[in-house]
Design a protein around this ligand. Structure first.
Ligand code: ADP
Ligand code: ZN
Ligand code: ZN
Length: 817
């Protein structure tokens, strides 16, 4: 009898691949164990066993495996089932899913680059001979490819040695290097050394009688330190004395105050000494009961709770119930909402039971979480993670929470698998036969529709915690303001008034502008030419700080020209505006206050957001300018005013979802204002104050927005009424893309007739020198999704068998929204 295994290779192959094994290996192997295998003439890969059997492949001779890499499976049966669903639903290969799921240290291959891990000291005695040879080699060359090691050891079978070295932490797999953990520093102040004597102090206070605000600060400092007998935080000082951080800064500059930093531990739990969860108020209590009741006959429940209604505290209760019965919980959040603020909050309740999983984690950190989840360790009972954490090896899942379920970043766009984490989580829950809670203040049309159709349970929570009022939203007509000359730059007189008032009261401000950079378009005043990216069909964006023109699609950048490239004129105008320009104008309008900016350009690195958020929490920033990053689940006590600089560029975005998204974005940013007793204020600047969406945002009328948008989706045949699959063709030759797209869409029309849209070039039709053309297939509710996909795959296969088309890349995107 011959023995074989079928494996998944970490490459996009349509079918699983078969290898030959011995009888002993067959007895040992189980699905989910890794093996190292040869592939093609020279390559080696880590492959994952999915099946053990006796059937030789019909069309090729099965090669022998090199070696078994694991003692026990690292991937569970349930995961494999989940992966198969993902591959089939999102029309990709199991190899694609495997690559997305496994930490890179788990999938070694010939091209993997490894280097010595300088953080651990390894003594030669701890290494076997073959390990020593590799370890030595890495002393002479800082990094080596796996295939180099094959020639150094003069054998093909090297992955087991590498795995042993990885297990000993002697080496690491090369990847993007992220910032190492930086402890959070909190700013403190004390009286300057020259003022500590009684006399000097008297002199100081009388000197300051002409600067009453500064005097107040000094007096407050005394009273706080007298009361608490502890170091005084800058943030406490500003809030207690009701001044701005600028005044504190002035005192520091004069040497009257001295600042210093103390390192605070982010993780404050010790042993079992966790905080008790909060007592829910009557509305939260009612919502929690309703969620539990809905679970009697629903697997999925949507919690629609306005911003600051205390949804997180409800999740905490649901998590407690699961921990009592020793089940695992997955708590999904969009990447940017996964802040230390929230991690700390949950760690206060659940201590070391919380594991965090993040795309900015190193492969080593990911492996650790993976192993803890797999072994159902007590340190990973609650997994708090972004999109890819739905792919972890859960053993005993009892509940999934998808917070901010409306977030578009739950969908992966590139590379495959192009999965939606919310929908993928729902399937995972069904595999475990457990429940899912979707939460949002502004649910996606899909989820609210499903709830209305009774496919999901629906629980509404309309009270903010502590009866904090919903912010007062005012629409400012900037067309009128321009006409009456009431604008200074991009700030209306109303916005400036409110900002002045807010700052005077020592409160903070958030300004939202949905574009980064200084101005999106530079245009020649004389001839109208505007500089374009050489690789993409898009105008370059001016970034003043670096005096550069940058492409937001491919990263191309060049110095800002002094004259027009086309006609040589020096009159270059900029049109539109981005965060950088708002920041600069705010600085000019309020020079005595601290202005900071939070966007993609200022938040690179692992703790990029953290630094800015901490600075805002600590009162070191008075005005924060930012893009949609600002909308995400942040809780800033002292922010009383939110300004939306221009609502129109969101509303006019060419996408069927633009209105829904604008509502969500504006409602979420508005939710950042006034989360404590005092009512927050929101100013929305717009050229079109009568726009329905703006009216709905300002009256907080989600349901009306939902109904109107749903009507439009009916009329124009869009999700959630119709499903969609987007097919994108990509090639550097314009003609080839055109001809290919015509062929493709014609074939689709023979099957789906009027439900095929396009082919059409997207607004930016060339990116990184590749032309793109989209075709859209709309799928009516009664049409079988599986049959639709089968038909598309058939067409796709015949397309790729045409010689001229083979080089065209085809991207299938299911539910591309
Ligand atoms: P949401 O997630 O709905 O926006 P949060 O859960 O962040 O709201 O709650 C808003 C604020 O109210 C948080 O600071 C939270 O600590 C506080 N809060 C919510 N519920 C309670 C409660 N039952 N007891 C005390 N504080 C609460
Ligand atoms: Zn010109
Ligand atoms: Zn470009």
């Amino acid at each position: 009898m011959n023995y074989f295994i079928n494996v998944i290779l970490p490459i996009p192959l349509e079918k699983s691949f078969t290898y030959a094994i011995t009888k002993a290996e067959a007895n040992f192997l189980k699905p989910g164990i890794r093996v190292s295998v040869p592939f093609g003439k020279t390559k080696i890969y880590t492959a994952l066993v999915i099946d053990i059997h006796n059937n030789a492949p019909l069309t090729y001779e099965a090669k022998d495996i090199h070696q078994i890499l694991d003692e026990v499976p690292i991937v569970t049966q349930k995961q494999l089932e989940h992966w198969k669903w993902i591959a089939s639903y999102y029309m990709c290969t199991l190899g694609d899913v495997m690559r997305a799921a496994l930490p890179s240290a788990f999938i070694l291959e010939s091209e993997t680059i490894i280097s010595k891990n300088d953080a651990t000291i390894i003594s030669d005695a701890d290494l076997r001979d073959d390990e020593f040879v590799i370890y030595e080699a890495l002393h002479h060359q800082s990094s080596l490819k796996v295939q180099d090691l094959m020639s150094i050891l003069d054998k093909k079978n090297v992955l087991p040695v590498i795995k042993r070295l990885l297990d000993k932490n002697a080496i690491s797999v090369q990847e993007e290097i992220y910032e190492k953990y930086k402890p959070k520093l909190v700013r403190y102040v004390k009286l300057g050394t020259s003022y500590t004597s009684e006399d000097a102090l008297q002199v100081l206070l009388s000197d300051l009688s002409r600067a009453p605000k500064q005097r107040d600060v000094v007096m407050t400092l005394f009273s706080i330190s007298a009361q608490t007998k502890k170091p005084v935080k800058v943030s406490d000082l500003t809030s207690e004395s009701g001044t701005s951080s600028a005044i504190v800064k002035a005192l520091i500059n004069k040497g009257i105050l001295e600042e210093y930093h103390i390192q605070t531990d982010r993780v404050t739990y010790e042993g079992d000494d966790n905080e008790d969860s909060k007592r829910l108020n009557e509305y939260q209590e009612k919502a929690l009961n309703k969620i539990n009741e809905s679970f009697d006959n629903q697997n999925i429940t949507l919690l629609h709770g306005v911003t600051s209604s205390g949804k997180t505290e409800i999740y905490v209760k649901l998590i407690e119930d699961q921990l009592k019965v020793k089940k695992q919980v997955l708590y999904l959040l969009p990447e940017i909402a996964l802040t230390t603020q929230l991690v700390e909050r949950l760690q206060n309740y659940f201590g070391e039971k919380v594991a965090v999983f993040h795309s900015k984690y190193s492969s080593h950190e990911r492996v650790e979480v993976w192993n803890n989840v797999l072994s159902n360790s007590s340190t990973a009972q609650v997994v708090l993670g972004a999109r890819s954490s739905v792919l972890l090896p859960f053993q005993n899942l009892g509940l999934i929470i998808v917070d901010e379920e409306h977030e578009s970043s739950y969908k992966q766009f590139d590379p495959a698998p192009r999965y939606h984490a919310r929908d993928t989580a729902i399937v995972l829950a069904s595999i475990f036969q457990c429940k899912t809670v979707l939460g949002s203040a502004t649910p996606s049309l899909e989820s609210y529709y499903n709830a209305k159709q009774s496919k999901y349970g629906l629980v509404e929570l309309n009270h903010r915690y502590n009866n904090v009022l919903m912010p007062d939203i005012e629409l400012v007509d900037i067309k009128d303001k321009h006409k009456r000359k009431r604008m200074r730059g991009h700030f209306s007189d109303r916005l400036i008034e409110e900002m002045t008032e807010t700052l005077k009261n020592g409160h903070q401000i958030i300004l939202f502008q949905n574009r980064r950079g200084f101005s999106p378009i530079v245009e020649c005043h004389t001839c109208g030419h505007s500089p374009q990216c050489p690789n993409c069909d898009v105008s370059l964006t001016f970034h003043q700080y670096k005096n550069q023109l940058r492409c937001h699609y491919c990263g191309y950048n060049t110095v800002m020209p002094k004259t027009c490239d086309a006609c040589g004129s020096v009159e270059l105008d900029s049109k539109g505006f981005g965060t950088e320009q708002v920041e600069q104008e705010a600085k000019l309008l309020f020079p005595e206050h601290n202005v900071a900016r939070m966007d993609l350009d200022t938040t690179r690195g692992k703790y990029g957001y953290e630094k800015i958020i901490t600075a805002l929490e600590q009162g070191e920033i008075d005005i924060l300018v930012g893009t949609q990053m600002l909308t995400k689940g942040l809780d800033f006590r002292n922010v009383k005013l939110v300004g939306i600089m221009n609502a129109d560029n969101m509303l006019n975005f060419p996408d069927f979802r633009a209105h829904e998204r604008s509502y969500q974005l504006m409602a979420q940013v508005s939710g950042r204002a006034g989360r404590t007793e005092e009512r927050g204020k929101v100013l929305i600047q717009t050229y079109n104050p009568y726009h329905k969406i703006l009216q709905q945002v300002s009256t907080n009328n989600y349901v009306q927005m939902f109904e109107e948008q749903l009507d439009e989706r009916h009329i124009y045949k869009y999700p959630p009424i119709y499903r969609m699959i987007k097919i994108t063709l990509k090639h550097k030759d314009y003609n080839r893309v055109n001809i290919g797209a015509d062929w493709y869409s014609k074939s689709l029309r023979t099957v789906f007739s009027q439900y095929v849209l396009g082919p059409e070039f997207p607004p930016v039709a060339r990116i990184r020198n590749q032309y793109l053309k989209h075709i859209l297939v709309k799928i009516p509710q009664k049409q079988s999704l599986a049959k639709t996909k089968e038909a598309i795959i058939k067409i796709n296969n015949s397309f790729l068998s045409v010689k001229d088309f083979r080089a065209i890349r085809v991207i299938l995107n299911v539910d591309n929204y």
